[in-house]
Structures are given as C-alpha cells and as structure tokens.
Design a protein around this ligand. Structure first.
Ligand code: ATP
Length: 819
C-alpha cells in the first residue's frame, strides 16, 4: 500500500530538487494569466506539487529501506515523536491554505474588478439594460459564491495534503529511526549511511520548514489582498447598488417623462385629429356634395349614354334580329327550297351572317369606343368642373372682398362728393362774399381817396390856420420861467398873479423903494409876458406850450427858441437837460413825422451843435482834444433866396432816433466850455446853439418843405459890476454882453414899424448865425430864466426888463418856405 502511494506521488513529482520552484512558478503563472474558476483543479494540482518533495523522500526511503532492520536500531516511539510535534507546530495547517488562497483570491479579485470597472461606466450602460444589471449582479454573487467555495475547498485540500505530508515524514522518520537502531549495531558503514541519510532528512526537513515559512508569508500577503479585494468588492457592491438605484430613478424619471410626453403628444394628436377630422368632415361634406353633383351629372350623362347605347343596341339587335330572322327565314326558305343539297348555300349564308355579325360588331366597337371616350371625357369634365369650382370659390371670395371695398369706396366717394358740394357751396359763398368785400373795398378806397384828399386839404388848411394862430400870438414870444430855490438860497419876493394855464404875470418885490404913503417899504416890479412859469412848473408842462412852435418848424417855418438869463438861472436845465426842450422837440418831431407818413410826408433830420465863445465858433460835436477843431475855420454863409444859413466845416449828424439825439447832447455837453466864476460855481461862458435841420417831402402831393429849428442856450447875462470879472473872464463877459446886446438890437430892429429897416445881424456871431431864424419867415420864442434868490433880484429885474423889450417887439408876418 505504501508502495502504491509512493508510486502515485512519484509519477506527479519527478525530482525532489525541483519540487518547490514549480509550485512558485505555478503561482506566478496563475497570477499573470488569471485563469477562470474552472481551472481550480489544475491549480490545486499545481499547488499540491510541493508535497512531492516529501513523497520523494518517502520513495527514496523506501528505495533504501532494508528488507529487515535490527530491532535495536528501531528508535523509540517517543524519540521519533519528539521531533514531530515541533514540526507540526512550525507548519500549521493554515499555512497550507495560504498556498491556494492567493491564486484564487487574485483571480476573483481581477474578475470582480473587471466587472466593477464595467459597471462604473453608467454611460456605457444602456438605460433599459436592467437585465444586464441583473446579470452583472448575479454574476458578482455567483463569483462570490464560487470564490468562497473554491477557497474552502482549497483550504481543506491544503490542510489534507500538509497533514499527509507530515504524516509521511513522520512515518519516514520513524522508519529511518527504526532502521538506524536496527543497523547501527550491525556495521559502522550502515551506521554512517544512516547518519548521512538522517542528516539529509534533517536538511530536507529544514528546507521544508523554510518553504513553509515562505508559504506562510505568501499566505499573509494573500490574506491582505483578499481583505482589500473584499473591501473593493463591498465598495463595488455599494456602487452597483447606488448605480442601480440611480438607474432605476433615471428609468422612473425617463418613464415619467415618456408618459408626460405621450400624454402631451396624445393631447396634441387628439387636437390635431379633432381639427383634422373637422377639416376632413368639411372636406368630405364638400366633396360629397361635389361628388353627388358630379355623380348626378355623371349619372345623367351615363343614363344618356346608356340610353343612347341601349337605343343603338336595340337598333342593332333589331337589325340583327331582323337580319337573323331574315337569314333564318332565308335559311329556312333555302332549307325548304334546297333542303339537303343546300349546305354550301347555307354555309355561304352563314358566312354572310357572320360577316353581318362582324359588321355589326364593327359598328358596336366604335360605339363602345365612343362610350369609353365619353367616360374619359366625363372624367375630364368632372376634373375640370372641380377646378372650375375651386377657381369659382376663390373668385367668389375675391369678388366678395372687392365688392365690400367697392361699397366702401362708393360710400367714401359719396361722402367726398357731398363734401365737394359743400365746399363748392362754401366757395361760392366766399366768392360772393369776396365780390361784396371787393366792391366794399373799392368803395372804401374811393372813400379813402376822398378822405385823403379831404385830409390833405384839411392838413393844408390846418397849417394855414396854425400859422395864423401863431402869427396872432406873435412871431416873437417871451416865456418867463423862475427856477425853484435850492439849498439855503434865500428866496426873493416874487408873486405870480393869475395862476393857471393863462398865467402871464410876475411881480418882483424889492426892499426900500416902496411908497411912503402906504408905508410899504417894498417896491413892486410887475412884468407881463406871453407865459410865466412859476418854479413848480416842470419841463413837460412848458414843452406843451412850445410844441406849437415845433409843429410850425415841421410845417416849414424857421423857429428859434433861446434861453436868456443870468448864470445859474436854469437856462441849460430848460434847454438841454434830459427833459429839456431839445430832446422833447426832437422826440415830438419823430412822433409827428411817423404820424404824417400816412398823409404822404417823409421827414429827414440832421443836427449840428456849436458854441460861440468870445465871438468865435466852435463845433461841439468835435472833441476838445482834437487840435483840428481849433484850426478849422467856421465861417457863416447865407442863402438869401433859399433863406438858408450854413457854417463851413461844421459837423452835421443825421438824427434818425432818440438814441442819436442823446449821444449828440452828451457829446456837446462834454465839449462845451465851462469855467468857474464868482457868480456861479460852474457857469457856461458861451452861447450854445443846437440846429435841427428838418426836410419834409410829401409823396402824395409832391410838396416839399425845409426849416431849421434853433434851440439856443445863451451865456449868462450878468452885469460886469455884479460878476466882478477880471482878465479873461472880463473879456468873456464883455463879449457875452455885446452879443446879447446885439441880439436885443436885432430884435428891436425887427420890431421897427418901417419896412426895410436895417437889422444889424452882422454885429455879432450870434445874430449873424440867426439871421434867417429871427424875423422874416421865422418864429421866435425867448425863455427868460430868472433866479428866485433874493441875492439875484437886481439881475432878475435886468433880465425881465430885457425880456419885456423883446416881448414888446412885433415882428412881421412869417413867410413859409415852400416849393
Ligand atoms: N426848473 C428847475 N428845477 C429844478 N432845478 C433847476 C431848475 N432850473 C435850474 N435848476 C438847477 O439850477 C442849477 C443851475 O441851473 P443851470 O445850470 O441850468 O443854469 P444856467 O442858467 O444854465 O447857468 P449858466 O449860465 O452858468 O449855464 C442847476 O443845478 C440846475 O439843475
């Protein structure tokens, strides 16, 4: 029995020295190739190979086993067994399991990893591959089951082989011990032999122990790998479960979405079906009606054709029958006549009959073709009818639209026609109204022309009357004006009898010269002028009085208005202040010229401003700083025929608006010579003359007029003794007094009763300049400005006496300069 077992082992393990390496190589090979579970038998066989070394030892022991060993060589049972327990403890039964766990565990691990890697890719898993997932799970479970079974099986196999090997070693050792005991006593050679064998066995045993340790290490490694594998497997299982749940959720969501889409799709389809059914019903209805109509028509045509066909068939049949009847009759007759020998004739008759039938068939064939043609024609007619109906429907719809549009257009046209009629009516009314207005306008124009003519006549008459009034008032008038007291000036005793618009008297009362009878020490000096203006009368009120003279200037009469009086009596204030006579006169002329435009008058004005200082002329419109002003020679020339006076080199500024007049006054005020005297802080020592040249043209009547309005601010008239002037001032005063005296002389001469009396105009620059503005065709107004101050009473009396002389002068009738 031992021989049989040894033989079996020997056949599987060729040599003891190669016993260990094939097993390890087998493990490595297994790990590299990862065989399927079905190769476990080969695996077991490979792993079981190591035990062949011990079996080989047994075999060798058997080979060297003597036929009979001395009993004394047999080792005691206790001695042989003393080493076995140690060997058993060194090679635990579990160590045998390690030899088989690694390959199987490695194999299963790789296969599970393969399965896990497959499952860890959800994208590659089809949504509906529930079966594949189940297969994967079942495969995993199956693998796990197979793996557990394989490991248990391999463990038990290794345990058994290890036990068997240990038992065989124990047995071999016991046999060797026994043989050693038996042979040791026989000869020293045998003893050596056994000692050598024993040594070999011990070495072999040591090798086996080392190999067992190596296997144990391998087993520990395999156990760790198995643990990792199991952990991975659990993780993979969890992943599989999660994936499965996710997949189920996705599938549920997918199913739900599919269901929703199906429901929505079904609704849409239902709606579409419903719409389609409705359309289909409508179309069917339409087609059925059309079909019925066409069928009706077709039926009628078919009936007609059939009737025609029947009629033809009847005719043919009748003919056929008639012919058959005739033929039959002929045949019968012929049979009767010819009877038996008439077969040929019968045949001929039959042929005739066939020919007749063929002819009839030939006649029927065109009829059938005609019928077919009629049927195709009917079909074409039906198609054409269908097309015509569609076209008719479209045209009908189009016609309806156009009819509606036409109706709208017609109503709009009617509305527009009504509007046109209304507008024409309005237009006619307006035309009538226009005609009326035109006739009224013509009448109005005629009236206007009449009125214009009347107005022109009235204007001419007004001018004459105005001049007559002015002449009646006197061509030289004197207005007395008393300025108000200023500051701490002591007022003189001045009375203004006859207050109001007609006030023309003034009384100056002086001390010490009154009548002794009355006991009144005050002497009264009464004066009477054309108008007397008390201190409370302002420039505007005074200008109202002189505006008549300004009107005369516009009517073509030369006008001269000058202010006479002592220094500080208010001459400049009256003439050149912003509210003075010069600006008011120019403004009035502007206003009147504008008003006279509708009467055809067009006015143009030019201004000149000069002063006469020490009997020399100076242009006030040229700056004092300009040296040329001193070098220029200002010569006075007269045109006796035209009644004009002009000064050479004197600036002449066109005055088209009030701003230019203001500039002219400012310019002259700047350039006017002013020097201080004892009589007044600032006293003008020259005569200033503002000359306003007025030219008027009437475009309607062709009348022309020109005049000069002279507005003169005379130098102070104070007496030499009073002014106490010396030197240049004395000379100035003398020149002023001389010129004023000359002015008085001229006025006195103009008032002479005899015509042709010499008027000493040339005695002074002033009178020479005013030659055509004093007397003759001119109107003169003199303001005698007096001071209300007690201190100036004597000068006031002198001024009033001079003015009284002028006022008493009667200048001849003014002559209007008209062309
Ligand atoms: N009617 C008046 N109302 C108020 N103030 C007046 C009036 N008349 C003159 N004055 C004032 O009296 C002062 C002297 O007047 P103004 O210079 O006109 O006198 P004048 O006679 O021109 O003097 P001169 O001969 O020196 O030029 C000025 O301050 C002026 O404003």
């Amino acid at each position: 029995m031992e021989e049989n077992r040894s033989t079996g082992l020997q056949s599987r393990i060729p040599t003891p020295t190669k016993s260990l390496s094939p097993a390890r190589n087998g493990i490595k090979e297994f790990n590299s190739h990862i065989p399927p579970p079905s190769v476990k038998t080969n695996l077991s066989s490979r792993i079981l190979k190591p035990r062949a070394s011990l079996s080989t030892l047994n075999n060798e022991a058997n080979l060297i086993k003597p036929t009979k060993l001395p009993s004394k060589m047999a080792p005691p049972a206790s001695a042989g067994r003393t080493s076995l327990p140690a060997m058993k403890t060194r090679v635990p039964a579990s160590s045998g399991r390690s030899n088989v766990s690694r390959p199987m565990g490695s194999s299963m691990y790789k296969r599970s990893v393969s399965a896990s890697s497959h499952l860890q890719k959800p994208a590659s898993v089809p949504p509906t591959s529930r079966s594949s997932m189940d297969e994967t799970k079942s495969f995993s479970d199956e693998s796990m089951t197979t793996y557990s079974d394989d490991r248990a099986e391999l463990s038990s196999s290794v345990d058994n082989s290890t036990e068997a090997r240990l038992r065989s070693i124990e047995l071999a050792y016991a046999n060797l011990s026994e043989k050693v005991l038996q042979t040791s006593t026989q000869s020293p050679d045998v003893k050596d032999f056994f000692s050598q064998r024993t040594q070999m066995l011990e070495e072999s045993l040591q090798n086996e122990r080392n190999r067992s340790l190596s296997l144990q290490n391998d087993y520990s490694t395999l156990l760790r790998e198995v643990a990792e594998h199991e952990a991975n497997q659990i993780f993979s299982k969890k992943q599989i479960e999660n994936l499965k749940e996710a997949l189920e959720g996705a599938e549920r969501e997918h199913h739900r979405q599919i269901e929703d889409m199906e429901v929505n799709h079904a609704r849409v389809l239902e709606n579409e079906c419903y719409l389609y059914q409705q359309k289909q019903q409508e179309q069917e209805l339409f087609y059925s009606e059309e079909h019925n109509n066409l069928q009706l028509q077709s039926k009628q045509r078919m009936e007609e054709i059939e009737n025609h066909y029947e009629q033809l068939m009847k005719n043919v049949s009748a003919e056929h029958e008639t012919m058959v009847k005739n033929v039959t009759e002929e045949k019968d007759a012929f049979i009767k006549k010819v009877q038996e020998g008439a077969s040929l004739a019968l045949k001929k008759t039959t042929e005739k009959h066939e020919v007749a039938i063929k002819e009839l068939e030939a006649r029927i064939k065109p009829l059938e073709e005609s019928r077919d043609n009629l049927a195709s024609e009917l079909e074409q007619t039906q198609n054409s009818l269908k097309l015509q109906k569609e076209t008719s429907t479209f045209l009908q719809a189009n016609l309806d639209e156009r009819s509606t549009a036409l109706l709208n257009s017609e109503s709009r046209c009617r509305s527009l026609e009504n509007t046109v009629v209304e507008l024409e009516q309005k237009n006619q009314n307006l035309q009538n109204r226009l005609s009326e207005v035109e006739s009224l306008l013509d009448a109005s124009n005629s009236d206007k022309q009449t009125l214009i003519n009347k107005l022109l006549k009235e204007e001419s008459m007004r001018r004459k009357l105005h001049n007559t009034i002015q002449e009646l008032k006197g061509n030289i008038r004197v207005f007395c004006r008393v300025r108000p007291c200023m500051g701490d000036e002591k007022p003189a005793e001045i009375n203004y009898p006859g207050q109001g618009e007609e006030a023309n008297e003034i009384e100056v009362l002086t001390e010490g010269t009154g009548s002794s009878l009355t006991g009144n020490s005050l002497k009264k000096y009464p004066f009477k002028f054309d108008r007397v203006f008390a201190p409370d009368i302002n420039n505007e009120e005074i200008f109202e009085e002189i505006s008549q003279l300004i009107q005369s200037a516009m009517d073509g009469y030369n006008v001269c208005i000058f202010a006479y009086g002592q220094t500080g009596s208010g001459k400049t204030y009256t003439m050149s202040s912003p509210t003075g006579m010069i600006p008011c006169a120019v403004q009035m002329i502007y206003n009147r010229a504008f008003g006279l435009r509708e009467r055809g008058w067009e006015y143009r004005m030019e201004g000149q401003f000069l002063e006469i200082y020490n009997e020399s002329i100076k242009d006030l419109l040229v700056s004092n700083s300009n040296d040329d002003n001193d070098k220029k020679k200002y010569e006075i020339y007269h045109d006796a025929k035209e009644g004009k006076t002009w000064v050479t080199n004197l600036a002449r500024e066109p005055l088209e608006n009030s701003e230019q007049v203001s500039w002219l006054l400012e310019q002259s005020a700047k350039n006017r010579f002013v020097a201080a005297t004892n009589a007044n802080e600032h006293s003008s020592r020259s005569h200033s003359v503002f000359m306003l040249h007025i030219q008027g043209i009437n475009h309607l009547t062709g009348e022309r007029c020109h005049s000069t309005l002279n507005l003169i601010d005379l130098a102070g008239s104070e007496r030499l003794s009073h002014s106490q002037s010396t030197g240049d001032r004395l000379k100035e005063t003398q020149a002023i007094n001389k010129s004023l005296s000359c002015l008085g002389d001229v006025i006195h001469a103009l008032g002479g009763e005899k015509e042709g009396t010499y008027v000493p105009y040339r005695n002074s620059k002033l009178t020479n300049l005013l030659q055509h503005s004093l007397g003759g065709n001119s109107k003169t107004l003199m303001f005698v400005n007096v001071s209300p101050v007690q201190q100036h009473v004597s000068e006031t009396l002198c001024s009033l006496r001079f003015a009284t002389k002028v006022n008493n002068t009667h200048i001849g009738t003014a002559r209007r300069v008209m062309k």
